[in-house]
Every structure is written in C-alpha cells, then in structure tokens.
Design a protein around this ligand. Structure first.
Ligand code: HEM
Length: 388
C-alpha cells in the first residue's frame, strides 16, 4: 500500500501475477474499458473462485449488488436508487452537521482529537445506521466486525494456499456470518413491525411482483453498512492528510470554502480509498496488449489508474484545483458508487465544520497510521493538534 502512496505505477498497464493467479489492471484507459464493458468483465467474481476458497459461502452472492450482473443488477439497483434520491441525500445535511458538531464538542472538551475515532469513523456509520434503521449505538459491534475483516494484510492468492490466507478467510466469513445474523434479526422484525426506514422499504419492496428474500435484503444491507462507512472514513482522513501536507492549498481552501469540493475530489484521486475492484472475464479478451482467457480474475487498481500520466498531468502531485478531475475512485458505468452523493455531502459538511472550528488544526507529527490492507488506502489513526 505504501507503494501507492509513493505514487508509482507499473509501466505495463495490465500484468499477470503468477503469485496470485490474477491479472492486475493498472492503466486508466484499460480500467475505463473494463468497468464500461460488464458483459466481458463480470462483477460476479465469486463464480470463478474455487470451492476450496468459497467453502459453501456462495449464499453471500444473493442480493449483493456490487457482485451482480445484468439483468438482476439493474432491477435491484433501480429499487434501491429510490431510497437514495438526490432529495433523500440533500435532506440529510442538517443531521450530518448536527452530528459533526456533537462529535467535535466531545473531542474539544478533551483538548485533543484523533480524527478517525472521534469523527471520521462514527459520523458515516451513524448516518448509514440511521438510514437503514439499525441502532447506531451498536457501532462498536460493526467496527469490530469490519476491522477484523480488514486485518489480512497479505495479497490474496488463487494459486498459493497459505495458512495465513486460510485463517484470514475464516475470519472474514465468520465476521460476515455474525453481521448477517444481526441484520437478519432486524429484517425479520421489520416484516412484523414495519417502520420508517430503509430495512422496512427493502423487506416490503417488490421486484417484478416478487418480494426480496430475507437473504437478499440482508446481503444488500451488509454491502451498504460496510461500503457506506469505511470508505467515507478514509475519505475524511485522507483529505485532512493531503491538505495538511500542502499548507498553501489548505490556506486557499480556508479562505474560500467553495474550494473544499475540489480538494475532496483530488484526495479521492490521489489516495483512492477503495484501491481495487474485482472482475472476472466471461470470454477470452485482449486488454492492454495482453490476452486474458475466459473465467479469469482481474484486480482493477483504480488507485493506480488515478495516477496514470496518460490521463492526468503531474499525476503524483496533489492539486486541489485540478479541473477537470475525471478520477475513477467511485468506479464507472453500471456499478458507479450508489453512495457517491452521500459521501461527497458528508465530506463537504464535516470537513467544512472541522476547518471552521479549528483554525490552527495540524496533523500531529507523531504521525498517522495506515490501514494495513493492500486494497484500502486510508488512515486508521490520525492524531491532530488543535492549537499552534
Ligand atoms: C459501489 C467507492 C461511499 C454504497 C462502489 C464502487 C466503488 C465505490 C469504487 C464500484 C465497485 C465496483 O465497480 O465493483 C466508494 C468510495 C466511497 C463510497 C470511494 C467514499 C468515499 C459509499 C457510500 C455508500 C456506498 C457512503 C452507501 C451509502 C455503494 C454501493 C455500491 C458502491 C451500494 C454498489 C453499486 C452497484 O453495484 O451498482 N463504491 N464508495 N458507497 N458503493 Fe460506494
């Protein structure tokens, strides 16, 4: 991961890795093509994983929007898009602002701020829990599950079985099982006692005249709960980190808050939280001068594509005024991040308030701590100094 932070990108845009048995895609045009051609590059990657890896966990596929192909993906996406209309997201602004103040009040009283624990983690998780309708007071439980899922710091391999990888997969499946059980209990309760929340909407929703199964509802809610917070946590931390490292750009953003949106977009490009997405070929194809057989796994490194000098001038420089900034940190095409407007709103509101309240805010020279996973670019600890 530190590799990406240094901003290097391999020369070849597509490269087979014999260690993992997967094709790595690093280039921008190649990434755009993969994400734009879902017929050739399927999101149903579990299909090509050997049973030794899946070990009966294929039930995770149902309702998992990120890993669905057409036409099923389109139906479910249409349904859940109704819960994420621009109005629903915009209406959350006052709640996001109130929560940010509440969380910062608590930290300000203590006189020190660790951005992740005090704001960047709790804020998005409370917002997504409230949307779904699960108690946000259970957020320490979610954190426990998700942190354990992210602990595997190695590179996942299809060809090399290792005790470390087996143990990591066991842990991931076990955390998923606990999260699934938790959400299933809430979903079942909504069938009996409907409320004004997203879980109720999901259990009542009909696709082509049929209700979603509990398993589908639960898997979709799992995706939302996980995708809806860790990535935004990283976005908040990364933007503070980038601006702190560039005091002249921080000063410009402070002087004109309209520049904050550009700073957030550039931090998404420069340190892309979701560093890689997976795809599986459905047919043999050529990509970036390399032939890839059918039914093979691809790791599409959007973090690397976002540093491709064929697309971005001075790709390894953080430039909050970069415009246009066609980064692919939220993906592209049919799977484009459903939560992007919410993530952007949370970033703008929370960081705006943070800058307003702490004019002398600096990153503690003791330094940040990065998430050890190679697929995630973000801090898990970011201590800040509040006064100069
Ligand atoms: C999809 C990144 C925040 C929900 C995606 C994808 C990326 C991404 C790269 C595409 C995956 C693929 O093509 O395989 C991010 C980043 C975020 C963020 C960087 C924050 C900075 C959120 C939030 C939510 C969310 C806040 C929910 C409230 C989803 C969902 C999908 C998705 C449901 C699947 C969409 C589909 O398959 O049609 N996200 N995300 N994300 N994201 Fe996000």
């Amino acid at each position: 991961q530190q590799f990406w932070l240094r901003g290097q990108r391999p020369e070849e845009p597509v490269r087979f890795d014999p260690e993992t048995g997967m094709w790595n895609v690093y280039g921008y045009p190649e990434t755009v093509r993969v994400l734009g051609e879902p017929g050739t590059f399927s999101s149903d990657t579990l299909r090509v994983l050997p049973d030794s890896v899946m070990r009966g966990n294929k039930a995770m596929r149902e309702g998992n929007l990120v890993q669905m192909d057409e036409p099923d993906h389109k139906k479910l996406r249409r349904l859940v898009s109704e819960a994420f209309t621009p109005k629903v997201v915009a209406d959350l602004e006052p709640r996001i602002a109130a929560l940010t103040h509440e969380l910062l009040d608590a930290a300000a009283q203590r006189g020190h701020l660790e951005l992740v624990a005090d704001l960047a983690y709790p804020l998005p998780v409370i917002v997504i829990a409230e949307l779904l309708g699960v108690p946000s007071s259970d957020r320490d439980l979610f954190k426990q599950w998700v942190d354990k899922m992210l602990e595997f710091s190695g590179q996942f391999s299809l060809v090399k079985q290792s005790a470390e990888q087996d143990r990591a997969l066991e842990i991931v499946f076990e955390q998923r099982r606990q999260l699934t059980e938790y959400l299933a209990a809430h979903a079942t309760e909504r069938v009996q006692r409907p409320r004004e929340d997203l879980l109720t909407k999901l259990v009542q929703a009909e696709v082509d005249g049929e209700r979603l199964t509990t398993n589908e509802v639960v898997n979709f809610a799992t995706v939302l709960l996980i995708a809806g917070h860790i990535t935004t946590t990283m976005l908040l931390g990364n933007t503070v980190l980038c601006l702190d490292a560039h005091p002249e750009q921080m000063a410009r953003v402070r002087a004109d808050r309209r520049r904050l949106a550009g700073a957030i977009e550039e931090s998404l490009r420069f340190l892309s939280p979701f560093a890689a997405v997976g795809r599986a070929t459905t047919v043999e194809t050529a990509l970036g001068g390399v032939r890839i057989p059918a039914d093979k796994l691809l790791m599409v490194w959007i973090a690397a594509a976002n540093r491709d000098e064929r697309q971005f001038a001075r790709p390894d420089e953080y430039d909050a005024s970069r415009d246009p900034n066609p980064h692919v940190a939220f993906g592209r095409g049919i799977h484009f991040c459903l939560g992007a407007p919410l993530a952007r709103l949370e970033g703008r509101v929370a960081l705006g308030i943070l800058l307003d309240r702490f004019p002398d805010l600096r990153v503690d020279p003791a330094g940040p701590e990065f998430i050890p996973s190679p697929n995630m670019t973000g801090v898990r600890k970011l201590p800040l100094l509040l006064a100069s």
